[in-house]
Write a protein that binds this ligand. Structure first.
Ligand code: CUA
Length: 391
C-alpha cells in the first residue's frame, strides 16, 4: 500500500491545469480499469488481513503479558497458564482462510491478465515502436510514414504496438492506458492499448537507459476515428513544400546542409530511421522526446505554464527551439545531436586512435532562427493537436 501510494503521488510532471499527468490511479482504458479493480481488491484484502492479524496480536499481547505477582515460579504452580497441545478447529481456520484469500486473488489475477493481454480480432492499427537513446520512434509501417515522439491513435479502438529497443533496453509505458513493455534490442514485445476517449495521454521510458532516461517522454494523442483517418491520409500525402518566404528558404538550405544527413523530412533527400523524423514537426505538440512544448512563437513560453527552464551559459531561462538546435546537450543531458555553436568536443582520431578536441560547426543566429522557422512551418494543414485536452 505504501509503495502504491508513493508511486501514485510521487512528484510527476504537471499540466498547466495542475493535474498530475502520469497517474496510475486514473484509468482511461478497459485494461487499466481491469488492473485497477485487481489493485483495489488486493489492497482491501491486504488491509483486512493487516487489521485482523495486527488486532489479534495486540489482543494476545495485552491478555497474556505478565503482570506483577502472576509470573509462575515453577511448572505446575497456580500461576502457570493452561497447557494444551494443538487445536484442530483453529488450525483449519488458520490454513483455510489464507488459502481462500490467495485462491480468490489468483483467479482474479489470472482473469485480469488474460483480459489485458488478449489480442482482439478488430485491431484498428499496428504500429512499430522503437526506443532509442533518448527518444521514441513510431513507425506506421503499413501506412508508410513515421511520427517520432508522438503516438497518434484512434480513440476507442484497440491498437497493437510492436515494441523494440534499438540501442539499449528501454521500457514503453502509458500509465493510464495500461501495460508496459520492455523495449529490448533484437526482440519484439506486443502490447494492445485502447484509449477510452480522445485526448492527450502521457507516456515515458520506464527502464533506466542513460543520462536522459528521465527526459525520454512521449505523448499519445487519441483522436476520434474520422479525425484519425484524416490525419493518416494527410501524413501519408505530406511532401515538404518549397518555401517562397526568404527566411524559410534560408532555413531549408541550412537544414539540407546540416540536418538532413540524419533527420528525414518526407519529400527531401536524406534522413535515416535511426534519427527522429521531422516531417510534420510544426504539427507536433512537443519536441526533444516530449520535454519541450512546441509553439509557433517563443513569447508563448513561460515557466508559469510549465515550460522547462534550464541554465544556459550560466543564466536560467525557458528553453526555446533555437536553444535546442544550438546546443541540445546543454538543455537535455546526453542528447546525441551535435551542437551548432562552435563548442569543442572530443573525437577519436581514426588513424592514431587518440581522442582530440574538435570544434562543432558554428551556425550564425540568423541561420539558427531560419532553420527553426522552417521546422515550425512543416505542418499538416488543418491538423491542430494543441487544442486537444490533456487527460
Ligand atoms: Cu529509455 Cu529510459
Amino acid at each position: 500500500l505504501v509503495s502504491l501510494a508513493s508511486m501514485a503521488y510521487a512528484q510527476q510532471p504537471q499540466a498547466a491545469t495542475g493535474k498530475r499527468l502520469i497517474d496510475i490511479l486514473d484509468p482511461q482504458s478497459q485494461a487499466t480499469q481491469n488492473m485497477q479493480g485487481l489493485l483495489w481488491t488486493a489492497g482491501i484484502f491486504s488491509f483486512l488481513v493487516l487489521i485482523v492479524t495486527g488486532g489479534a496480536l495486540w489482543w494476545v499481547v495485552q491478555k497474556y503479558k505478565t503482570r506483577p505477582g502472576t509470573r509462575p515460579t515453577k511448572p505446575g504452580d497456580s500461576n502457570e497458564p493452561a497447557q494444551f497441545h494443538g487445536n484442530n478447529v483453529l488450525e483449519m481456520f488458520l490454513i483455510g482462510v489464507p488459502v481462500l484469500i490467495v485462491s480468490v486473488l489468483s483467479i482474479y489475477t489470472a482473469k485480469a491478465l488474460a483480459d489485458v493481454t488478449a489480442k482482439p480480432s478488430n485491431v484498428a492499427e499496428t504500429i512499430q515502436v522503437n526506443g532509442w537513446q533518448f527518444w521514441w520512434d513510431f513507425d506506421y509501417e503499413k501506412q508508410g510514414f513515421r511520427n517520432s515522439n508522438e503516438l497518434v491513435i484512434p480513440a476507442g479502438q484497440p491498437v497493437e504496438l510492436k515494441v523494440s529497443g534499438k540501442d539499449v533496453i528501454h521500457s514503453f509505458g502509458v500509465a493510464n492506458l495500461g501495460g508496459r513493455r520492455d523495449a529490448i534490442p533484437g526482440q519484439t514485445n506486443k502490447l494492445i492499448i485502447n484509449a477510452a476517449k480522445p485526448g492527450i495521454y502521457y507516456g515515458q521510458c520506464f527502464e533506466l537507459c542513460g543520462a536522459s532516461h528521465a527526459n525520454m517522454l512521449f505523448r499519445v494523442i487519441a483522436l476520434p476515428q474520422a479525425e484519425y483517418n484524416d490525419w493518416v491520409s494527410k501524413a501519408k500525402a505530406f511532401q515538404a513544400p518549397t518555401p517562397s518566404d526568404p527566411q524559410l528558404a534560408q532555413g531549408l538550405k541550412v537544414f539540407q546542409a546540416n540536418c538532413s544527413g540524419c533527420h528525414a523530412v518526407k519529400g527531401l533527400q536524406g534522413g535515416a530511421p535511426s534519427f527522429p523524423d521531422l516531417s510534420y514537426f510544426g504539427s507536433h505538440t512537443t519536441y526533444a522526446a516530449g520535454i519541450f512544448r512546441n509553439v509557433d512563437n517563443n513569447s508563448e513560453l513561460s515557466k508559469e505554464k510549465g515550460d522547462r527552464a534550464v541554465k544556459i551559459n550560466g543564466q536560467e531561462r525557458v528553453v526555446t527551439l533555437e536553444d535546442w538546435i544550438r546546443n541540445s546537450a546543454q538543455v537535455k543531458p546526453g542528447s546525441l545531436m551535435p551542437a551548432f555553436d562552435g563548442s569543442m568536443h572530443e573525437v577519436k582520431n581514426a588513424e592514431t586512435g587518440k581522442w582530440e578536441e574538435v570544434p562543432y560547426t558554428k551556425l550564425s543566429d540568423d541561420d539558427i532562427n531560419a532553420v527553426a522557422a522552417y521546422l515550425r512551418s512543416l505542418k499538416l494543414e488543418g491538423v491542430n493537436f494543441k487544442a486537444i485536452p490533456e487527460i
